[in-house]
Design a protein around this ligand. Structure first.
Ligand SMILES: [Fe+2]
Length: 460
């Protein structure tokens, strides 16, 4: 039971006026830092209190954090993804504060907050992390078994590697349906789109990694509005929570399901281009489809963003250039999103991605793949193996005659079908930046290493 013994804290507004608020020592549920557009970093605090806590910058008296989203219960949407959906209870208040450029450190109720990195040398990557409980597919992962749902182990191992930034490439929330009676693997598992399922699927297992470094979140199809979109906007989305961008009603999905692309800084010469493909179809779009027109416009905006830096890491949940997993690893089948391909090829008929994109990074497919091309396509990295139920094996080999997409010809390929996570380590020699991509087991053993430079990768 939570301890509701309160103590008074002086919290000051930005104008210097201070007032006493009642702090509940065990009310704080999570504290973390999110990378946002235009060089901004946003501290988030989730609290069971109804008011926001104070944040103390550089040991100064705390100032009140801003309310992002108040506690509340959101009714089941008329288009809810699962027939057994229930109202989403958000019994935590979402609070935030933008990190001031001059600040070196921050604390919330005594708890240290991860500071923005001065330089990003090591990026830690996870995707597809949650425990799948989905009645419509009769898929129930053993959330209670650390071997069958290893995300907590992955977060612990990853935190030991001391990354400067953690990137989650989407599909954070998987607990959509109740565990069937008699299934001991997931017995007692929380479910639905409210805070308790978000806590157990992400915030609790990710705690060591949330405490270690700031995160960049990329939205997956599980976070689209008719699924876990409400929690996405309350907790993880980098932009402001508004009446339109919260997924509470399908009436606003034209805004809620299509976040504008943005750039996030890596270094003086490199940046991420973050693209929200959460609602994209796996089938090619008709050119008159409103989603096609929306994505096409957003891709044009993303292309414009790429012109600002020499190296662009295009990052969205659904891969465009990938091999599909299957039961037979000797069998090759292309696995890129036909929906996104049909949009991207209108702008870049040959390479799909804008010219400044050297690396494309994705999740969604629950394997690790690093694919380099003889043709002019960017390196394609698929990293969707960080905890959610395995869906088959990646092909052992991709031959030059195996066409991933039209004229794309593979020159170097590495894959792994077991659970894991990855790092990208930056190094600069003679003014040239390159990256070492390493794939790890959940226990933190490195198993694949790839040299990534100038739009090509070479895996050993
Ligand atoms: Fe996905």
């Amino acid at each position: 039971m939570r301890n509701f013994l309160s103590r008074a804290l002086a919290v000051c507004s930005l104008l210097g006026a201070c007032h006493a608020v009642q702090a509940e020592p065990q009310a704080l549920a999570s504290v973390y830092t999110v990378q946002a557009p235009q060089g901004q970093w946003v501290v988030r605090a989730l609290t069971h209190a109804t008011h926001c806590p104070g944040i103390a910058w550089d040991g100064q008296p705390p100032v009140a954090m801003h309310l992002r989203a108040a506690q509340g219960t959101v009714a089941v949407r008329r288009d809810a993804a699962q027939a057994d959906s229930k109202p989403a209870i958000f019994d935590v208040t979402s609070c935030e504060a933008t990190w001031p450029a001059h600040a070196q450190s921050a604390r919330i109720e005594g708890q240290a907050v991860p500071a923005p990195p001065k330089q990003i040398e090591r990026i830690l990557i996870v995707a597809d992390t949650g425990c799948r409980l989905k009645a419509s597919e009769n898929a129930f992962q053993a959330c209670n078994d650390a071997d069958q749902w290893p995300f907590a182990q992955i977060a612990q191992s990853a935190a030991r590697l001391q990354p400067d930034l953690v990137v989650h490439i989407g599909d954070v929330h998987y607990r959509e349906s109740p565990c069937p009676a008699g299934n001991t693997g997931c017995a007692q598992a929380t479910w639905g789109y409210g805070w308790d399922a978000w806590r157990d699927d992400f915030f609790k297992p990710a705690a060591p990694l949330l405490a270690r470094a700031p995160w960049l979140f990329v939205r997956g199809n599980h976070e689209s509005c008719f699924r876990a979109g409400q929690g996405w906007f309350r907790f993880l989305d980098a932009l402001p929570w508004t009446d339109q961008r919260n997924c509470n009603t399908p009436d606003n999905d034209a805004d809620g399901d299509f976040s504008e692309p943005f750039a996030a800084m890596i270094s003086d010469s490199a940046q991420f281009i973050v693209f929200d493909s959460s609602k994209s179809s796996g089938k090619a779009y008709a050119p008159t489809d409103p989603a096609f027109l929306k994505y096409q416009k957003q891709l044009q905006a993303a292309a414009e963003l790429t012109t600002h830096k020499a190296q662009n890491f295009f990052i969205n949940h659904h891969p465009l250039l990938a091999a599909a997993p299957s039961k037979d690893p000797h069998h090759f089948k292309a696995g890129g999103s036909a929906g996104l391909q049909s949009v991207f090829e209108t702008l870049e008929p040959d390479r799909l991605f804008p010219p400044g994109v050297t690396v494309a990074m994705h999740g969604h497919v629950h394997v690790f793949e690093a694919i380099s091309f003889q043709s002019n396509h960017p390196v394609s990295l698929v990293m969707g193996n960080s905890g959610s139920l395995n869906e088959g094996q990646a092909p052992h080999v991709i031959k030059p005659t195996d066409r991933i997409y039209k004229n794309a010809v593979v020159s170097n390929y590495a894959a792994r079908s077991e659970y894991g996570f990855a790092t990208l380590d930056r190094s600069v020699k003679a003014g040239q930046a390159s990256w070492l991509l390493t794939e790890y087991t959940p226990q933190g053993q490195p198993v694949i290493r790839c040299h990534v430079q100038n739009g090509k990768s070479d895996c050993q």
